[in-house]
Design a protein around this ligand. Structure first.
Ligand SMILES: *Cc1c(COP(=O)(O)O)cnc(C)c1O
Length: 387
């Protein structure tokens, strides 16, 4: 299949249409070997030496993502965090990097502790305000800007195309955490980003049964070569079975994302203006700050993630939010997102001190169940929490 002339749905469903040349199998065999045979004349013509660096179990999943993102090359990692931290560790101590104030909590935490101690100069800015980024950029000193859009857990939008222009004018690279948007809704590389990152744990795999991360690059440049070397040397490599499962999960990515988008939009509209809900945060709502950017940048839906700020009631917003989560029956109280089952989480409890998440906020990951069941469950939980 020629990925340049094939639609994303077809690329995903057929995993690029690859067949195993030796057996004619339509799904790939599971390669688990840790090492590869050296030729008698001391060469390695297979191109593979040792599975920390080279693993045929990665080839098809990496090729599918490269095609879906419209990039040059993809690397699978042992987790989203392993992928994201490799982007920063491929820089040098002393380099200046910029990241959003509102972003995936564990990565923000790593940036402000380990990355800083390691020598990166990390500056957190409000990425929804173009002037804030412009003021923080130091031409010649800033090496990388990290963006997450829509960003956890307020779903703040960042205009990737405008950001890429500003970042490139300052001589820096732009990396985008596109976990929530997925390649079905947004293609950051086509908008000018240099690297796109996914927690493949989430939508790409989609079944809450593995931890994985990916990076896709627009160009095989020096920074990318260092990222590749880091994966092999630090060993943040994915297991073979996880790569095989990920490829299987991605075959239904388009169907799952579409279902989640449709239901999230319905749920957001249903609870907007609800007596027991103070605010609904969802990029698909017209009144939402960033909706215009989302409408330009996200194609075919606004994602499956939204947050509800629960009305205070007698006991206060935080207690009410925790009580709503405690009273759901279908929505599972768990962290993570992007699986077939819907999840609900009181983010402030997970993030702890210093979190930008309001105390009354519940983060919802909409799965692929019937939307009416999901709405009914939230209705009864809101009712019982405020009783
Ligand atoms: C989950 C997540 C990560 C981290 O991925 P892991 O696979 O858990 O390491 C990074 N960014 C976002 C937006 C995520 O949701």
């Amino acid at each position: 299949m020629d990925p340049k002339h094939t639609r994303p749905e077809t690329i995903a469903a057929q995993a690029l249409g690859w067949i195993d040349e030796r057996t004619r199998a339509i799904t790939p065999p599971l390669h688990v070997s840790s090492t590869y045979l050296r030729d008698a004349d001391n060469q390695y013509r297979s191109g593979r030496v040792y599975a920390r660096a080279d693993n045929p179990a990665f080839d098809q999943a990496e090729a599918v993502l490269t095609a879906l993102e419209g990039g040059q090359q993809t690397l699978l990692f042992a987790s989203g965090m392993a992928a994201a931290t490799a982007v920063f560790q491929a820089l040098a101590p002393g380099d200046h990097v910029i990241a959003p104030k509102v972003m995936y909590w564990s990565l923000r935490n790593w940036l402000t502790t380990f990355a800083t101690a390691w020598g990166l100069e990390v500056e957190l800015v409000d990425m929804s305000a173009a002037q804030a980024l412009q003021a923080a950029l130091r031409p010649g000193r800033t090496r990388l800007v990290w963006v997450e859009t829509p960003a956890n857990p307020l779903w703040t939008l960042t205009d990737i195309a405008a950001t890429a222009q500003a970042v490139h004018a300052a001589g820096a690279l732009l990396a985008v955490d596109s976990t929530v948007a997925t390649p079905m809704l947004t293609q950051p590389l086509a908008l000018g980003a240099d690297i796109v990152m996914h927690a493949a744990t989430k939508y790409l795999n989609g079944h809450s049964d593995l931890i994985a991360g990916t990076l896709t690059t627009r160009a095989d440049n020096e920074h990318w070569q260092r990222v590749r070397k880091l994966r092999a040397q630090l060993g943040g490599t994915l297991g073979s079975f996880e790569a095989w499962l990920l490829l299987r999960g991605m075959r239904t990515l388009h169907l799952r994302v579409r279902a989640a988008c449709d239901s999230a939009q319905r749920i957001a509209e249903h609870f907007q203006g609800h007596a027991r809900v103070a605010e609904v945060l969802y990029p698909g709502l017209r009144g939402f700050g960033g909706h215009d950017i989302a409408a330009r940048q996200m194609k075919g839906g606004f994602g499956g993630m939204l947050s509800l700020r629960v009305a205070a009631g007698a006991q206060g917003g935080e207690a009410a939010a925790v009580a709503v989560a405690a009273n759901t029956r279908l929505w599972k109280r768990a962290t993570s997102l992007g699986g077939t089952e819907s999840l609900i989480e009181h983010r402030a409890s997970v993030e702890g001190a210093g979190t930008p998440a309001p105390a009354d906020l519940l983060r919802l990951s909409v799965g692929i169940e019937h939307v009416d069941d999901l709405i009914a469950d939230l209705e009864q939980a809101l009712l019982r929490a405020h009783a």
